[in-house]
Design a protein around this ligand. Structure first.
Ligand code: CA
Length: 223
């Protein structure tokens, strides 16, 4: 499981990273809120460990921006005991769990595993006004049901699971056609039909083509 640790206390961060790696986690690190935001735009993490007090952009602000952008990465907030009231604000901002400093490293990893499992088994995916009901295999955008063929549905789920990260055409083709693509144009047609169903006129596009990189599902303007 891939975790992003956002913590400006470098000594604490170093010991947390070392422990995470020893416990079999993969971990990235950001020392401030802006760096964390950039990493979260580029990579799909299984969980986020977020210090509340950070330079430039604090943990609450970051968490709020994430949820507003439709990024559902589970978030465990770290807070000092004298800022315990902030935990309530943390939950309002979209945090899933919290730990009071100082904490036992074993407790951190136990909570991360629980958060990651809950996230993975979630039956719904939401990206901005797009809603995917995985159990029923239904997608809707702002209440409008999307009519999707089997391949378009599969493409949408792959992109939604990875969101906001980019998946390359090769990665997507491998997942949609494990035995090799049936024809030169098959992938293009699936992307075309998904885009037609998903992004209608007047709506801001959710499906983005990033030249030379691949495809991403994310709210906001075309990058
Ligand atoms: Ca701090």
């Amino acid at each position: 499981m891939l975790v992003l640790l956002v913590e400006d206390d470098r000594d604490l961060a170093a010991s947390v990273l070392e422990y995470l790696e020893a416990e079999g986690f993969e971990a990235d690190y950001a020392g401030d809120g802006d760096t964390a935001w950039q990493r979260l735009q580029a990579t799909s993490y299984d969980a986020l460990v977020l210090d509340l007090g950070l330079p430039r952009r604090d943990g609450l602000d970051l968490c709020q921006s994430l949820r507003a952008a439709g990024i559902a990465t589970p978030c465990l907030m770290l807070t000092a005991r004298d800022r315990l009231d902030d935990k309530l604000a943390g939950f309002a901002a979209g945090a899933d769990d919290y730990l009071i400093k100082p904490f036992a490293l074993a407790e951190l990893t136990a909570r991360l595993r629980a958060l990651g499992l809950r996230h993975r088994h979630r039956q719904d995916l939401d990206i901005a006004e797009l809603h995917l009901d995985l159990a029923r295999r239904q997608a809707s955008r702002g209440g409008r049901a999307l009519e999707l063929g089997a391949k378009e549905w599969q493409l949408l789920v792959e992109l939604a699971r990875a969101s906001p990260a980019v998946l390359s055409r090769e990665q997507l083709e491998d997942r949609l056609w494990p035995d090799g693509p049936p024809s030169e144009n098959a992938f293009k047609m699936v992307v075309y039909r998904l885009r037609l169903a998903l992004d209608t006129e007047g709506e801001s596009p959710l499906l983005h083509t990033l030249r030379g990189q691949g495809f991403a599902l994310r709210p906001g303007e075309r990058p």
